[in-house]
Design a protein around this ligand. Structure first.
Ligand code: HEM
Length: 537
């Protein structure tokens, strides 16, 4: 079906400027004819038109009634299997489809070429999907200083400041030793546990456990060390209950988010008040935990900043991201708090869960495990204790993380609202449409990856051009461009360092190598955390 679409779609770019991320001029003007088709290359009435382009309405869809679709999803519990639903729908409808779920309407894509087009049109201040209708509720709860809902120029200014402390290579150099210390301590803790609880055959110590609670503690300990420059003792025999509560609160916040994205506030207040209360209470806890830590850090740093060294570190030692932001003084204290809170909330499950998948995949692929270990050993021996050098010399570690995130991306989609009209799969997509790059189906598609279900970290390091995987827009787990994950460098290094130290000390295997069933809350997770057998090398 073709519907009348507004004629004369003019490429705007962001504020009429060049797209700084791609260094290319904005897309040429397009024009949709009155019949809804677009003709290319000709000028009709002074406007450039694209040949044979189909209208937005013609994009295959999963049902026009968003409420009916939502009801079906709810009844069949499909939210938790959204990734599988997307995979099936692409197989049925092709590489682009529209979906309406309650108030949310999106165009879903999965081919790298389309994703590349999408990112070209993200503008200078790319917008992500947010819980916008709930902003006021959050404000009522006094969390209005949060940056969670920020978009546009205001967001960009803060983000550029933050990038200096968490994304730039100088910042990575500063926080990498802190992550390394926590990773080594994790292995010591595991070793002690193995000695106490492990069973030995022929003098070999073997421990089979569900490592997920320890991995969550590791992720929180690592985050706190990097953000506050402070250890919180989560590997001790009596870790603080407060920290455990924080981990639970983040989990609750994540599981209660998806329904809030699809329901309008009024309906949710009637039907889902308990859900909203749980969600807001979880945030309250996250905020107060972060607030208390920040307050302590603030007091500690105010004292030590009096003795600030010329290297930009208080009292001569690195005081974490909080310390750096305070010392630079370019963000207000409220903004610093908001950014640190968001980094805390975003930094635990996102790394703890992929680490579970990584241990599982290395455990069930012993040959891959051995080849990564050999590279790690050689690199570690050459690096003379320098963790950064050790990681640089072991590209298979990076490949392992990429491979884990290809098969099990933390977020199953990356979303953008293009700032100008674009054409995807020859369909017209108006500016402002929510377009989702569906990275779970992409990572498992034969159209995109050779032998996609094979866990092969080396696929990422083969020479560019030799295999399709080396080319762009296939590794998107951290998003892309100005709005990409701000914790990316922390996450990549944290996960690689932990795997490095584990591989140097332990052999991994799995009691069952059956595929893991996965479920989506806000993030993709195993339905049941895998058990891993650690044996001392
Ligand atoms: C494997 C680990 C992680 C993955 C796969 C991941 C993935 C993502 C993705 C896909 C986005 C949206 C990017 C976009 O729209 O282009 C994002 C945003 C974000 N992530 Fe991560 N993340 C991870 C770890 C972390 C960590 C460790 C932190 C904090 C220390 C963090 C903090 C954030 C924040 C604050 C944002 C919002 C950024 C903004 O909009 O300015 N993430 N992440």
């Amino acid at each position: 079906m073709s519907t009348r679409v507004t004629a004369g779609i003019k490429a705007k770019g962001s504020r009429g400027s060049r797209n700084v991320f791609f260094g290319v001029a904005p897309q040429k003007g397009l024009c949709v004819t009155a019949a809804g088709t677009v003709v290319h290359g000709k000028l009709e009435g002074g406007k450039r038109v694209v040949k044979g382009m189909r209208s937005f309405e013609e994009i295959p869809h999963t049902g026009r009634n968003g409420w009916l679709n939502l009801l079906k999803f709810w009844r069949e519990n499909r939210f938790q299997q959204l990734h599988k639903h997307m995979e099936r729908t692409f197989n049925t409808l092709g590489p682009i489809y529209r979906e309406k779920l309650g108030t949310l309407s999106s165009v879903n894509i999965m081919l790298p070429s389309d994703v590349s087009e999408l990112f070209k049109s993200e503008g200078l201040h790319p917008r992500r999907m947010t819980l916008q209708p709930w902003a006021t509720h959050r404000e009522i709860r006094n969390h209005s200083k949060g940056i969670f809902l920020k978009n546009g120029e205001e967001w960009r200014a803060d983000r550029l400041q933050l990038n200096k402390e968490v994304m730039m290579s100088a910042a990575v150099k500063r926080f990498l030793p802190l992550l390394d210390e926590v990773a080594k301590d994790f292995c010591r803790m595991l070793q002690t546990r193995m000695e106490k609880e492990g069973r030995g055959e022929e003098g070999k110590c073997v421990l089979t456990i569900d490592p997920s609670p320890d991995l969550f503690r590791f992720a929180l300990e690592a985050s706190c060390h990097v953000l506050y420059g402070e250890r919180i003792g989560l590997f001790s025999s009596s870790p603080s209950l407060e920290s455990q509560k924080f981990i639970w609160a983040v989990e609750r916040m994540l599981t209660t988010t998806p329904p809030l994205l699809y329901l309008p506030p009024r309906l949710l207040l009637r039907m889902g008040a308990p859900l909203w209360t749980q969600h807001a209470t979880a945030w309250d806890h996250i905020f107060s935990h972060a607030e208390a830590r920040i307050q302590r850090g603030y007091q500690r740093l105010s004292t030590s900043l009096g003795r600030a060294s010329p290297t930009g570190t208080a009292g001569g030692h690195y005081t974490g991201v909080l310390g750096q932001l305070m010392e630079k003084g370019q963000l207000s204290l409220d903004l610093i708090k908001a950014n640190i809170t968001e980094l805390m909330a975003g930094g635990v499950d996102t790394t703890a869960v992929p680490l579970q998948f990584a241990l599982f995949e290395l455990g069930r692929n012993p040959e891959v495990q051995e080849s990564v270990r050999q590279q790690v050993r050689a690199s570690w021996a050459q690096a003379g204790g320098d963790p950064q050098k050790a990681l640089q010399g072991a590209p298979l570690l990076k490949g392992t993380i990429k491979e884990v995130l290809r098969l099990y991306p933390v977020g199953i989609t990356v979303q953008r609202y293009p700032v100008r009209d674009i054409v995807l799969q020859n369909y017209h997509i108006p500016a402002g449409t929510l377009v989702q790059a569906c990275i779970y189906p992409m990572g498992r598609s034969e159209k995109v990856f050779e032998d996609p279900l094979h866990f092969d970290p080396s696929r990422w390091s083969r020479e560019e051009g030799q295999r399709a995987e080396a080319a762009g827009f296939r590794s998107l787990a951290f998003g892309f461009g100005a709005r990409q994950c701000v914790g990316r460098r922390i996450a990549e290094n944290e996960m690689q360092l932990l795997l490095m130290h584990i591989l140097l000390s332990f052999h991994l295997s799995v009691p069952s190598s059956e595929d893991l069933n996965t479920t989506v809350t806000l993030i993709l997770q195993p339905e049941t955390p895998p058990r891993i057998t650690f044996s001392k090398l």
